[in-house]
Design a protein around this ligand. Structure first.
Ligand SMILES: [Zn+2]
Ligand SMILES: [Zn+2]
Length: 151
C-alpha cells in the first residue's frame, strides 16, 4: 500500500475522534449474549454485560466493515461507519441479493468476523468497535450531543 498523504482533520472531527478513543467500561464492551440471526438474514444483536442491548442489520455491519480497505474507501467518500454507498440515480435498479454473511465466527474472545456473501471477509469486528457503533436511539442521541448537534 502506498504511503498516506497528509490528512487534514477538522477540529470538530478531531474532538470527536478523541472522544471515541476514550476507553469504554469493561462491562460496556463485554458481550453477555451474541445473537447472529443468519437464517433470518436480519442482523446481529448483542446483550452487553452492562445491561445495554445493541442491534444492527447486516447491511449496516457490512458498510461498517473495520478493515483497512473499507476504512480508506469510506474516508475518501466521506461516509461514516454503517452508511451505505450512494447509488447512481441514472441506473435502473438492479436486483442484488441482500447482503448477509455466509458464516460468522468468533475471533478469540474479543471479536467476531463474517464471511459476506459478496466475497469480502477481511473485517474483524471487536466488541468494543461494535459497542461504539451502537445505533439505538439512546446512543445516537449521545453521539449527536458529542457532535454538538442541537436536538
Ligand atoms: Zn472491509
Ligand atoms: Zn445503544
Amino acid at each position: 500500500m502506498s504511503h498516506e498523504g497528509i490528512r487534514i482533520v477538522s477540529t470538530d472531527e478531531q474532538a470527536r475522534q478523541n472522544q471515541e478513543e476514550k476507553p469504554l467500561d469493561r462491562s460496556a464492551s463485554a458481550p453477555a449474549k451474541v445473537r447472529v440471526l443468519l437464517t433470518e438474514g436480519k442482523g446481529v444483536e448483542i446483550d452487553w454485560a452492562d445491561g445495554h442491548t445493541s442491534a444492527w442489520s447486516f447491511s449496516f455491519l457490512r458498510d461498517a466493515c473495520p478493515c483497512a480497505t473499507c476504512l480508506e474507501e469510506r474516508g475518501k467518500e466521506g461516509r461514516s461507519a454503517g452508511q451505505p454507498k450512494p447509488r447512481p440515480q441514472s441506473l435502473l435498479p438492479m436486483y442484488a441479493a441482500p447482503i448477509k454473511p455466509n458464516s460468522a465466527r468468533g475471533v478469540g474472545r474479543y471479536a467476531i468476523e463474517f464471511e459476506w456473501n459478496d466475497g469480502h471477509r477481511s473485517g474483524i469486528y471487536s466488541w468494543e468497535y461494535l459497542r461504539r457503533q451502537c445505533a439505538c436511539p439512546q446512543c445516537r442521541l449521545q453521539k449527536d450531543e458529542l457532535k454538538g448537534i442541537p436536538n
